[in-house]
Design a binder for this molecule. Structure first.
Ligand code: FAD
Ligand code: UDP
Length: 382
């Protein structure tokens, strides 16, 4: 009865299901373990009338227009440029670290010297990863890099990953570069927006197609089974295609060992005043056990006498106890993932897609691009 089964109603699963239903006119069954759609992008209106993102702040940003165009079909979006401050030595300064930050921290003469040095070594507008800046020979740039490394990166990364920045994949810290400009937006992509009525409304519209049947509160294992290289749905051999967006190691019973993740304990609070802080997010690299505080009213403006904030406490991922949020990049983990990937290729009608299934630190725009590409190449092209 179903041509496709999609496991997971997060962004990856929802997009591919929507494409199959609307473009191929085929029937799709989505199986979702949680009691809601949207995966980690899920949000809801809380008791203060404020939209809060249950799994951490989600801000859409994309370099290319296609991902944004695709999502705009499912509801209205508001242009939104995310701004973040970092609490350092008792002051809140803009990050990514830029000329405005330099001028707030250092005396005028020294600030001018750093800016001139940056402009001698880099183009105006360039974004320099901390692990690159720290290699500079120039004494002033060396000092500046060491300062930024110590005040912004080292303790935050210890909390977030339990690692030193230099032991991590350089691409992770390069997400927050040093900006040779005054651009203090957190992201520099051309398209930056949030859904006017929240992400959940977008997912609801995406999955409203009559060809899509959704089973929430249902784990893959409750309705499907793997026997040798075949899948069984409700005890009958499934002849269609399975698109799996959950953890790849879990699908194969951890046969090559566990793929590690970082998790986060999300702690929401209501504050009895109209506003709590000056920006949507304030990072606390060196103080407290949480990494950042987000105040949702800045992201989804609404009149309310109270305000909702979220503190994020990073922790190890423990199977069955908390949520696997961030894949951890080490060579060992990548090698283990490759074993799972190779194993998955033995299954003719299986497509692995998404942050958990591909063990990649995908942002939402990359997920949209990837899901549309997989739809074109592996679903239509098959
Ligand atoms: P998920 O959202 O994880 O969806 C997978 C779904 O599969 C889940 O709903 C899960 O319950 C379900 N599932 C898994 N296993 C099973 C099973 N066995 N049976 C049934 N269902 C199952 N991206 C941005 O672009 N901007 C941001 O600001 C941003 N902020 C983020 C903040 C945090 C704290 C985190 C963790 C991520 C953030 N992201 C952000 C990334 C974004 O969340 C992901 O790109 C996106 O959610 C990935 O979608 P997905 O469908 O691959 O995975
Ligand atoms: N980072 C940091 N200090 C900060 C902000 C970021 O050290 O104040 C590092 C940290 O390692 C973090 C990475 O840069 O995990 C990427 O930050 P980003 O804000 O993009 O993380 P996400 O929003 O995905 O959790």
């Amino acid at each position: 009865m179903f041509n496709y089964v999609v496991v997971g109603a997060g962004m990856a699963g929802s997009i591919i299901a929507e494409r199959i239903a609307s473009q191929l006119n085929k029937k799709v069954l989505i199986i979702e373990r949680r009691d809601h759609i949207g995966g980690n992008c899920y949000d809801e209106v809380d008791e203060n009338g404020i939209i809060r993102h249950l799994y951490g702040p989600h801000l859409f940003h994309a370099k290319n227009r296609d991902a944004y165009n695709y999502l705009q079909q499912f509801g209205e979006w508001s242009v939104y440029n995310h701004r973040v401050l970092a609490y350092i030595d008792g002051n809140k300064v803009p990050i990514p670290f830029n000329f405005n930050t330099i001028e707030q921290i250092f005396p005028q003469k020294l600030a001018q010297k750093y800016e001139s040095k940056l402009l001698e070594h880099f183009e105006y507008g360039e974004k320099v990863p901390i692990l690159e800046l720290i290699k500079e020979e120039d004494q002033d740039l060396k000092y500046l890099a060491q300062f930024v490394y110590e005040k912004i990166f080292v303790n935050y990364s210890a909390k977030q990953w339990g690692m030193k920045p230099e032991d991590m994949d350089g691409l992770v810290t390069a997400r927050v570069p040093i900006c040779v400009s005054r651009d203090d937006r957190y992201f520099h992509d051309r398209y930056q927006a949030v859904p006017k009525r929240g992400y959940s409304s977008i997912f609801k519209a995406m999955l409203s197609h009559p060809n899509i049947k959704l089973l929430t509160n249902t784990d893959f294992r409750e309705v499907m089974e793997i026997k040798s290289e075949d899948f069984y749905l409700f005890d009958k051999k499934f002849e269609g295609t399975l698109i799996y967006t959950g953890q790849i190691d879990e699908l194969f019973d951890y046969k090559f060992g566990d793929l590690p993740y970082r998790s986060v304990r999300m702690h929401f609070e209501t504050v009895d005043s109209e506003w709590y802080q000056e920006a949507a997010t304030v990072n606390y690299p060196n103080d407290y056990d949480f990494t950042r505080i987000t105040e949702f009213k800045h992201i989804h403006p609404v009149q309310s006498a109270k305000t909702t904030i979220l503190k994020e406490f990073p922790q190890d991922y423990i199977k069955g106890e908390n949520t696997p949020y961030y894949p951890i990049f080490t060579r060992e983990n990548q090698e283990r993932y490759q074993k799972y990937l190779e194993h998955s290729k033995a299954f003719k009608n299986l497509i692995m897609l998404g942050r958990l299934a591909e063990y990649r630190y995908y942002d939402m725009d990359s997920i949209v691009t990837r899901a549309l590409e997989v739809f074109k190449e592996k679903v239509v092209g098959n």
